[in-house]
Design a protein around this ligand. Sequence first.
Ligand code: ADP
Ligand code: MG
Length: 692
Amino acid sequence: RPRLSLQDSVQFLPGVGPGRAAALSKLGIETAGDLLEHLPMRYERRVCRTVENLDEGMTATIVGQITAVRQKGGRRGGSVSASLTDNTGRCSLRWFNASWVADRLQAGDIVRASGKVTEYRDAPQLVNPRFTILGEDAEPVDETAPAQFEAVYPATASIPSRVIAKLVTTNLDRLLEVTEELHTDEFRNARRLIPRRAAMEILHRPRESPLLDDARRRLAYDELLLLQLATTLVRRHNATTARAEPLKTTAVIDERIRLRFPFTLTAAQDRAVRAIVSDLEAPRPMNRLLQGDVGSGKTVVALYAALVAVANKCQAVIMAPTELLAEQHHRSMVEFLAGSRVRHCLLVGGMPARRRREVLSEIEGGSMDLVVGTQALIQHDVRFSRLALVVVDEQHRFGVRQRATIRSKGLAPHYLVMTATPIPRTLTMTVFGDLDVTTIDGLPPGRAGIVTRVATRNDHASVWKAARARLAAGEQVFVVYPLIDESDVLDMKAATTEHQRLSERVFPEYQVGLLHGRMTPVERDAVMGDFCAGRTHVLVSTTVVEVGIDVPNATAMVIEHAERYGLSQLHQLRGRVGRGDRKGYCFLMTDAPDHKIGRRLAVLARTTDGFKIAEEDLRLRGPGEMLGTRQHGLPELRVADLINDGDLLRLAQGDADDMIRADPHLCGKSFTALRNAVRNKYRERLGWFGVG
Ligand code: ADP
Ligand code: MG
C-alpha cells in the first residue's frame, strides 16, 4: 500500500467510499487527517446484565425474548416500543422516529439489545437501543465479562458514532504512522505534554486509562496553538499587505454626520466612533467587531461609518442576515437620511426584476452610495464601483470567518462586523483573533427597562392576564413559539394552532396576527405592517420576530418553551420590548423547569447585562452551540474547551506570540512541522498567504 498522507481525501480510506464520504463531510471530515482529529466526545462503559440487575443510568447489554412490538403514532414522529424478557424480568425497549424497527422485529425474536438504562413506569427501559436478532440457541448474557469501554464520536443520523468508530479502528494504525510530532522533546517536557501520536492513540483506543486527561490536554494545546498561530499570521498579513482606501473624517464631516441623528451619541457610541474613524483613516482595511446589546445603538454607529465612506466619495454596504432585518435597517436609514443627498437603496429578494436591474446598474455605475440588503443577495449579485466599507450585521449569527467576498474593483474594503451577542473575552481572543473588538456598553438614556418572569404552564392564566393589562393600556404583545407546525415529536405547541386558540379564546376582543418563516415576503410584510400600525394587537410568531421587528408600542412578550432557546437568544428576543420609554414585560414560559436551561432561565430574570448572560450561556452550552458555529464557519474547536481550558489557552497564546516574534513567517527549520500543520488546517478556512 502506498504511504498514506493525512491530506488524502477520506473517501479513499478502506471502509469509506463516496456515500460515507459525503456523510463525513457534514461533520467537517474531508481528509484522513480530519478523521484522525475527529475525537470522541465521551466514552461509554458498557456492561452485560440480566434485566433484574439493570440500574438507571448505566449503559448495558441485555439478551432476551421479545414479547410484544407496538407502533405508536404515524410513521414519522411516532415511536416503536417492545417488551423484552429474560429469566429475571421484563425490560421495555423504545425507539423514536424509527418505524423501520417495527418491520424488523417480531414477538418471539431473541434479541441482544444495548443502550442506556432509564426508568419508565417503574420498569427499566432502553431508549433507542441498538439491537441484533440472535438465533434460537443464543446464550444468555455473561455478567462477568469485562466492561467494554467505547468511544462515542460526534455523529449524525446518516453516519452514527458506531460507524465512525469502526472506520477509525480500521485505519488507526496507518493514520498514527503518519502523525507527526509538532514540538521538540524539550518544548514538550517543559509544558508537560505527552507525544502527539500517543495522545491520538489513547483517545481513539479507549481503555480505562489514567492518561486520557493528558492525551486530551496535549491535543487541546495543539489545537489552541494552531488556531492562535493562524489568526496571528492572518492578522499580520492584513496589517502589512492588504490595502484599502483611507477614509478621512474631517471636523466638518463629523459635524454633518452627527446632525443627521436626532440625539447625541452616548459616550460608548462616541468611543466606538473614534475607534472606527481612526481605523478608516489608515490605508489598510479595518477589521473590527462592534458588539453591544440589542438597542445599544450599534446601527447608528454603523451608519456613521457608512456616511464617512460616502463623504469620501466611496460606496458603503450594510448586509443583514435576513430580509426583515435589512428592511428595518433601511427604514431607519430612510429616517435619518431624510433630506440628505446620500443615494441609498434596499436590495431584497422580492424586488421587481426591472427595479432590481436598475439598482444593480446604479451600484455598478457608482451613482448609488449606500446599499442595504441581505448578505446572500449582495454577495451573489452586486458589483460595486468603489466600495470602501462593508458592514455585516449578524445579530446573533456568526459568519465572521466566511468573510464576505464582495465583487469589487480596486482596493479591499474596510470591514465592520456587528453582533448583538456579547462574546465572552475568552472567545473573542481566540476565535476572533483577527478582529479588533469594540464594545458598546450601556444603553441610550431614557429606557424604562424590562421585567422578566419565569413561569410554568400553571401560571398561564396569570400571564395572559398580565398581557391583557398591557393590551388594555393600548400596548401590544408578542407571543413567540419555537415551531410552526405540529409535526415535531417534541409535541410543542405550534404557532399556527396557538394562534387560533389565542384569537378565539384568550384574546377574543383583540386582533391577533400570525407571523412565521414559511410565509412569503409579501405575506410577512402585510402581517408586520398590520402590527406596526396597531391594526393587530397581539402578534403570534415564530422566532423570525427576533431579528426583524422594532415596534415601540409592543411592551410585552410571552416566550413559550423558553428552555428550547439559549440564554443569549432569549435575551435578544426580549430586547424587542422595553426599548422605549415604557416598561417592558417578558414572560419565559417553560414546562421543563428542571431542564438545564430551564433552571438557568432565572439568570434572565436577574440581569439584563448581555455579557453576564453570554458567559452563562457559554458555560451551559459551550461555544459551538452558543454561537451556532457549525453552519457559520467559525473554526470549531474539537478538543479544547474554552471554559475549562483557560490556562492552556493562555499558555498557547504566549507560545504563539513567542514563536512569531522569533520567526514572523515560521520559515525556520525548527518550525517546519508546525507550519505545515497550520497550513493544512487553515489553508482554506482562513485563506493562506504563502507562509514560507
Ligand atoms: P442596535 O443596532 O444596537 O440594536 P440601534 O442603533 O438600532 O441599536 O438603536 C436602538 C434605538 O435607539 C434606535 O431607535 C435608535 O434610534 C436609538 N438610539 C441610538 N442611539 C441613541 C442615542 N445616543 N440616544 C438616543 N437614542 C438612540
Ligand atoms: Mg440593531
